[in-house]
Design a protein around this ligand. Structure first.
Ligand SMILES: [Zn+2]
Ligand SMILES: [Zn+2]
Length: 245
């Protein structure tokens, strides 16, 4: 492998274990220096974006935040975050593992909002499903519910949300459909209030996956989030006392 090819490879796959790649790294000091810079850059990115603190008492924190001005500050921070991530993805190159990682980490609101138009019929269903059908929907994704499902679920389907295997549900509150996604085994970020494609949304990491809610009305989401937390994590998660925010 020559320098030019090495640099291209480095841009696309900084952590490559390809033997030719590693061999060139051994013999070429300028490329080795570039390799070290790339590793340091990636490490910095990971530290900045991926090392988020462990979520605790999330439902309560979200409910409290909802009622405070923190909400507005959070939204501004989130919008800044999106712009930053978009520019980072352009810098590191689309399709590289790091870009895919960033997209996966930050793109859930976008992926979920874009998924809904493909199943618009789900939004007009009004007949509540029996609990067994909802349990079966989760079982297809190897998820066992810790409590009874919330009332008013009218749609359940195992879907792909971008690269993620998800359970896709719709439920109704005050006559308004709420789209619910649960992505098992995925610990995402906590986003108490995002807006995507004209829908209000919440993203919350639960014990065994990530919950996403989207609806035309923001005010109905916190209670729904609380209900699903009890369903998926167990009733104890719901009764946790409001504490630090
Ligand atoms: Zn070289
Ligand atoms: Zn779907």
């Amino acid at each position: 492998m020559e320098c030019l090819e090495f640099r291209r490879w480095l841009g696309a796959e900084p952590r490559s274990q390809n033997p030719d790649f590693l061999a060139h790294l051994e013999i070429c000091p300028p490329c080795a220096a570039a390799w070290r810079r790339a590793q340091a850059f990636e490490k910095k990115l990971r530290a900045a974006f991926f090392d988020t603190p462990e979520p605790s008492r999330l439902a309560d924190r979200i409910l409290l935040k909802q009622a405070t001005l923190v909400r507005r500050a959070h939204r501004r921070r989130w919008q800044k975050g999106v712009a930053l991530v978009a520019s980072l993805i352009l810098i590191v190159g689309l399709g590289t593992p790091l870009a895919l990682n960033l997209l996966a980490r930050y793109g859930l609101p976008m992926l979920s909002a874009e998924h809904i138009p493909g199943e618009t019929m789900s939004l007009s269903m009004t007949q509540p499903l029996p609990d067994d059908m909802i349990r079966m929907g989760f079982a297809k994704r190897e998820v066992q519910l810790a409590g009874p499902p919330p009332s008013g679920v009218t749609y359940v389907q195992d879907c792909l949300l971008g690269p993620f295997k998800a359970v896709h549900l719709v439920m109704r509150r005050e006559g308004i459909p709420i789209t619910v996604f649960f992505i098992p085994n995925r610990q995402g970020q906590s986003r108490p209030d995002f807006i995507e494609k004209g829908l209000y949304g919440m993203e919350m990491p639960l014990q065994h996956g990530t919950l996403l809610l989207l609806s035309a009305k923001a005010a109905i989401l916190p209670a729904v989030a609380k209900a699903w937390t009890a369903t998926l994590d167990g009733p104890s998660a719901e009764t946790a006392t409001p504490g630090s925010i």
